[in-house]
Design a protein around this ligand. Structure first.
Ligand code: NAP
Ligand code: GFB
Length: 327
């Protein structure tokens, strides 16, 4: 059902990032690469996808049959709050360049990447795929959220006008090796892993930001990568699909007390008496709990990596690659 005759030539935009590197590892190391397939993992060094010319040049060079579109300006809550305009413009340019180049070069299928943080802030739970445009997103990341929502709009337009089956996935918060561990710009888990590493090294308390009341769901990058490959090969809808873990009512609370309870999750967590909750820092959305019922209808037997094991693998990767890690 990959929509084309013969082996795929897959262009992965954003191939050098957290999710891109996970897909590369699953394709290259877990035998997911099939006979005759070609996989190209792009970074901004090869093509700045903000430029329509450079985007077309990359498509001209590689002539992909399929595209996994990950390239984006990405960041945690605090970077989004500082740069909503940049997140909007940067991502709208990249998305239109990639989708239009895919159309012009006859790409059979594009799988783009949205996020569970683009859903309406005022909503019922659990969130599902039908609710994307039912109201404004949380004000902390409206730039990014609206830019991502436009991918869904553009996919519908390519289908209506040209019958193209370009689609998108909607992951919850992603973490894993090759994440962005920058404390100011990155997401909560890599941020806490980095801060924990430093707290242990310097013998200081771990500072957890916000009230600690916010709830988040997390998907391991390698699990997301395996699901991405299934979507590329088998999923045939234009409608997006949420890729989130089971038990939508089970979130990781960012409560201060939780962090020590999860000490086994952060094996580098310092044996400090307390962690400090900096309540002056924002919480962002209280929760964005998403249902994976649609995914489970398709893949009832997919196994997610246990959260604790996934966090331990990420911590171990970070410690082993501290010098080279993005931080
Ligand atoms: P990431 O680690 O920050 O990687 C971003 C990727 O995009 C990198 O490969 C980067 O290339 C590339 N890129 C950025 N600007 C570019 C440009 N102007 N031209 C070409 N390439 C450019 O991000 P990620 O976490 O892997 O995110 C991948 C996708 O998942 C994104 O679409 C994101 O919105 C989505 N997503 C992420 C999360 C999460 O929690 N991380 C959650 C939901 C959805 P360089 O390496 O050269 O900079
Ligand atoms: O991953 P994160 O930065 O982004 O999580 P969002 C922010 C939540 O974690 C807030 C708390 O409730 C923070 O108060 N938190 C506690 C911390 N300690 C820390 C810390 O050290 N670092 C960080 N960053 N947070 C993003 C969206 O929302 O989710 C993006 O803004 C993107 O657009 C991403 O979609 C997946 O989960 O709040």
């Amino acid at each position: 059902m990959n929509g084309s005759v013969g082996p795929m030539r897959v262009l992965v935009t954003g191939g050098s990032g957290l999710v891109g590197r996970a897909i590369e590892r699953v394709v290259k190391k877990e035998g997911e690469e099939r006979e005759g397939e070609e996989w190209i993992f792009l970074s901004s060094k090869e093509a700045n996808l903000m430029s329509a010319e450079e985007t077309r040049a990359a498509f001209e060079k590689h002539h992909p049959t399929h595209v996994i579109h990950l390239a984006a300006m990405v960041g945690g809550l605090f970077r989004n709050m500082r740069q909503n305009l940049d997140f909007w413009r940067y991502n709208v340019f990249i998305n239109d360049n990639v989708l239009q180049a895919a159309h012009e070069f006859g790409v059979v299928k594009v799988v783009s990447c949205l996020s569970t943080c683009i859903f309406p802030d005022k909503t019922t739970y659990p969130i599902d795929e039908t609710m994307i445009h039912n109201g404004p997103p949380h004000e902390s990341n409206f730039g990014y959220a609206f830019a991502k929502r436009m991918i869904d709009v553009q996919n519908r337009a390519y289908f209506q006008q040209y019958g193209l089956r370009y689609t998108a996935v909607i992951p919850t918060n992603v973490f894993g090796p090759h994440d962005n561990f920058n404390i100011d710009d990155g997401h909560v888990l890599p941020g806490l892993i980095h801060k924990t590493y430093l707290a242990k090294k310097e013998g200081k308390p771990l500072q957890v930001w916000g009230s600690g009341r916010a709830l988040r769901q997390f998907i391991y990058s390698l699990d997301l990568a395996r699901l991405f490959l299934w979507v590329l090969r088998e999923y045939d809808e234009v409608e997006p699909i949420i890729l989130s873990v089971d038990g939508w009512d089970k979130n990781l609370s960012l409560q201060r007390t939780t962090i020590p309870r999860y000490t086994c999750l952060l094996p580098i967590l310092p044996d400090v008496a307390t962690s400090v909750c900096a309540t002056s820092k924002a919480d962002g959305q209280f929760k964005k709990t998403a249902s994976n019922a649609k995914l489970r209808k398709y893949l009832p037997d997919f196994k997610f990596t246990p959260f604790r094991a996934a966090v331990k693998e990420t911590c171990d990767w970070f410690v082993a690659n501290y010098d080279a890690a993005r931080k």
